[in-house]
Write a protein that binds this ligand. Structure first.
Ligand code: ZN
Length: 287
């Protein structure tokens, strides 16, 4: 396992971690002040400053992108499916312009939540079929710009609204079905918050192998968790054995960024530079 204890070369900041403290350009400036070398921005943050300005800011700061958040939300009723397809194609184009290493896919839950305005459904099996078909279509498009797609399995608590792919096994089944040749264009984004509890996790990380491990996200699981979406913990404050997961992904050859992604009402209320300093400290001690 790589030694993170004395530098933060492999720390990437998911920019949602400080989304309430500033816009994307201000976040990039703060990363430069703190010597952070990579980010994973969100589409709404890019849109708020404009794609061209975001591209320039990333380039001027010499930042790499450990991912682009996010594509997906494939589940929709018939009237909203084209909208979903076109929206995902735009995400690919934006990610390519920004030089992202992959697009993180949050695949969608039931149609009324995945693509609001869609007719309501309780058919989660149909939702999963649509996810499969949606990723197949997006993969064709993404191959044109050589932009890999990283399926992020989400904790089962989000199956209704955000993602009906809830385990690493499910995500890898999709990868094997759509990209059996392991082209490097389709894989997983493993976020410890979503997968730490899974008794199959270690075996599935070994199954993924280097080709399919496209991103690694860290934060912590607080007990009790007060808000399933916005009460993530800073690494070291919760119950996830983050190091053991990093050992497993690096044993497969993963050598990319360790991306800090903390959605938290608590951390959003603190000054940006203070949050980044603590991210760096915890990256050294708890990741
Ligand atoms: Zn994540």
């Amino acid at each position: 396992m790589r030694d993170f204890s004395s530098d933060h070369r492999w720390l990437s900041l998911n920019t949602a971690t400080v989304r309430k403290q500033g816009n994307l350009v201000e976040i990039i400036e703060a990363c430069a002040r703190q010597g952070i070398r990579a980010i994973d921005p969100w589409r709404d943050q890019v849109a708020a400053v404009g794609l061209d300005r975001a591209v320039r800011a990333v380039r001027d700061a010499g930042l790499e992108l450990s991912g682009y958040c996010r594509g997906g939300m494939f589940v929709a009723d018939a009237a909203h499916r084209l909208e979903a397809r076109d929206d995902n194609r735009r995400a690919v184009d934006e990610a390519a312009a920004l030089g992202a290493s992959c697009i993180v896919l949050v695949v969608g839950g039931l149609p009324q939540y995945s693509r609001p305005g869609s007719a309501a459904s309780k058919d989660i099996a149909a939702a999963r079929t649509q996810v499969h078909d949606g990723i197949a279509e997006m993969l064709e498009y993404a191959r044109g710009t050589k932009l890999p797609l990283a399926i992020e399995p989400l904790h089962p608590a989000y199956a209704g609204d955000r993602a009906c792919v809830n385990t690493t096994r499910q995500a890898l089944d999709i990868c094997d079905a759509l990209d059996p040749q392991r082209s490097g264009m389709l894989g997983v984004a493993l976020d410890v918050y979503h997968i730490w509890w899974d008794p199959e996790l270690m075996g599935q990380i070994a199954r993924a192998g280097k080709d399919r491990l496209l991103a690694f996200h860290v934060c912590d699981w607080l007990v009790p968790t007060k808000d399933i979406l916005n009460d993530r913990g800073m690494m070291g404050d919760g119950v996830i054995d983050i190091k053991s997961v990093r050992v497993a992904v690096e044993a497969q050859g993963y050598a990319g960024y360790s991306e800090i992604e903390v959605f938290s009402n608590d951390w959003w209320s603190r000054p940006m530079d203070e949050v980044l300093r603590i991210c760096i400290e915890r990256h050294r001690t708890a990741v």
